[in-house]
Design a binder for this molecule. Structure first.
Ligand code: UDP
Ligand code: MG
Length: 314
C-alpha cells in the first residue's frame, strides 16, 4: 500500500562516509520492493561532501541534493528534507553509519504491521565516552520525568514515519524544532526496533565530545515542558520560608543575647545565596522569553540555496 520511500540525510563534512553510506543503504532498499529517493540535505561543508554527492547523482537518478544557504544545523537540515520529499514513507538517518541502514528493512516490516512511526532504539553505545553516556542517560531521565509528551529513551532521529506523520510535522512550524519531541507529540501508532549503535565510520562528530547534544537535550526540556518555571516558583517559596525562619532566629538572638555582634559573614552569605537563586530564576524565565521571541519573529528554520535532481521526479 505504500509506494515510495524517501530517505532524508542531513550532512555536514561527511566526504568519507557518503560512498559506503549509499552502498549499504541502497542494497537494503533493493530488498524492499518500493520506489525510493535518497535526499541529502547539505549544511555547506568545508570538505568535498557536495562534489561527491553531485557525482553520485550522475550515477543514480534516485539521489537528490538540497544545499542550504548556510549551516543551519542538523535539526533544521532534517526539516528541510522532510518538506521536500515525495514518498509516502520517510526514513531519517545520519550519514556517518552510526545508524546501520540495514535495519530499515526491519523498520519497514513494522510499518507494514500497521505502525505509523518506527524508531530505532539503541541497546548499546559503542565508541562513546563514559561521560557522554552518563550525560545522555541523565538528560533522557530528566526529559522523561518532566516532559509533557513521552519522548522515547535511547533514540536519536533515526526512524521511519508514514505520510500521516509527515503531514502533521509539516504543519508544526516551531522555530526550535526538536524532531524526537515533535514526532512523539504527533502521536499515532508508534513502536521501535532495537539495534547496536556503531562507532562513527569516518570523520569527527560535529558535536562537542562531552556536552555535545546538550543544546538539543535542553531544547527538548524547555520546548516540551513548562515545569522548570513551576519549579522556580516552588523553590522561591521554600527559600522565602527558610529566610523568614532565619530572620526570626536572628531577632530571637538579638533579644536574648544583646551583646552578640551580628555576623557580617552570615549576612553576605544570605545575600549572595538569594541573589544566586534569583539569577537562576531570571535566567530560566529569559530562556522561555527568548523562545517566545524566536517564535514571534517567525523566521524560516532553513533557507534553501539549490536543489539538484528534483526536476524529473516521479
Ligand atoms: N550534521 C549536520 N549539520 C550539523 C551537524 C551535523 O547536518 O551542523 C549531520 C552530520 O553530518 C550527521 C548527522 O547530522 O549526518 C549527525 O551528526 P554527528 O554524527 O556529528 O552527531 P552525533 O552522532 O555525534 O550525535
Ligand atoms: Mg554520529
Amino acid at each position: 500500500m505504500y509506494k515510495k520511500l524517501s530517505i532524508v540525510v542531513p550532512v555536514y563534512n561527511e566526504e568519507k562516509n557518503i560512498d559506503s553510506f549509499l552502498k549499504r543503504t541502497i542494497s537494503t532498499l533493493d530488498k524492499i520492493n518500493l520506489k525510493y529517493e535518497v535526499i541529502f540535505v547539505l549544511d555547506p561543508s568545508t570538505d568535498k561532501t557536495e562534489e561527491i554527492i553531485l557525482e553520485k547523482i550522475q550515477q543514480n537518478k534516485n539521489i537528490r541534493l538540497i544545499s542550504l544557504s548556510r549551516r543551519f544545523g542538523q535539526p533544521a537540515a532534517t526539516m528541510a528534507g522532510i518538506h521536500n520529499i515525495s514518498g509516502d514513507l520517510c526514513v531519517i538517518i545520519d550519514a556517518d553509519l552510526q545508524d546501520p541502514p540495514e535495519i530499515i528493512y526491519e523498520m519497514y516490516n513494522k510499518i507494514l504491521e500497521g505502525n505509523d512511526v518506527v524508531y530505532a532504539k539503541r541497546v548499546k553505545r559503542k565508541g562513546e565516552t563514559f561521560f557522554k553516556k552518563i550525560i545522555s542517560k541523565l538528560g533522557y531521565k530528566i526529559i522523561e520525568k518532566i516532559s509533557e509528551v513521552k519522548i522515547p529513551r535511547d533514540t536519536g532521529d533515526y526512524r521511519i514515519i508514514t505520510k500521516k506523520i509527515i503531514d502533521k510535522l509539516k504543519d508544526l512550524k516551531e522555530t526550535n524544532a526538536f524532531l524526537r519531541g515533535l514526532v512523539a507529540f504527533v502521536g499515532f501508532k508508534q513502536t521501535f526496533v532495537e539495534y547496536e549503535r556503531d562507532e562513527r565510520k569516518d570523520g569527527k562528530s560535529k558535536y562537542n565530545k562531552y556536552f555535545g547534544s546538550l543544546k538539543i537535550a535542553f531544547n527538548g526540556i524547555v520546548g516540551f515542558s513548562s515545569k522548570p518555571l513551576f519549579l522556580m516558583s516552588i523553590m522561591g517559596f521554600i527559600f522565602a520560608i527558610i529566610s523568614f525562619l532565619i530572620g526570626v532566629y536572628y531577632i530571637y538572638q538579638k533579644i536574648t543575647n544583646p551583646l552578640i555582634t551580628p555576623g557580617l559573614s552570615s549576612t553576605i552569605l544570605i545575600i549572595t545565596f538569594f541573589a544566586g537563586i534569583q539569577l537562576l530564576g531570571l535566567g530560566l524565565l529569559g530562556e522561555y522569553i527568548g523562545r517566545i521571541y524566536d517564535e514571534v519573529k517567525n523566521r524560516p528554520n532553513f533557507i534553501i540555496d539549490k536543489k539538484y535532481n528534483f526536476e524529473e521526479r516521479e
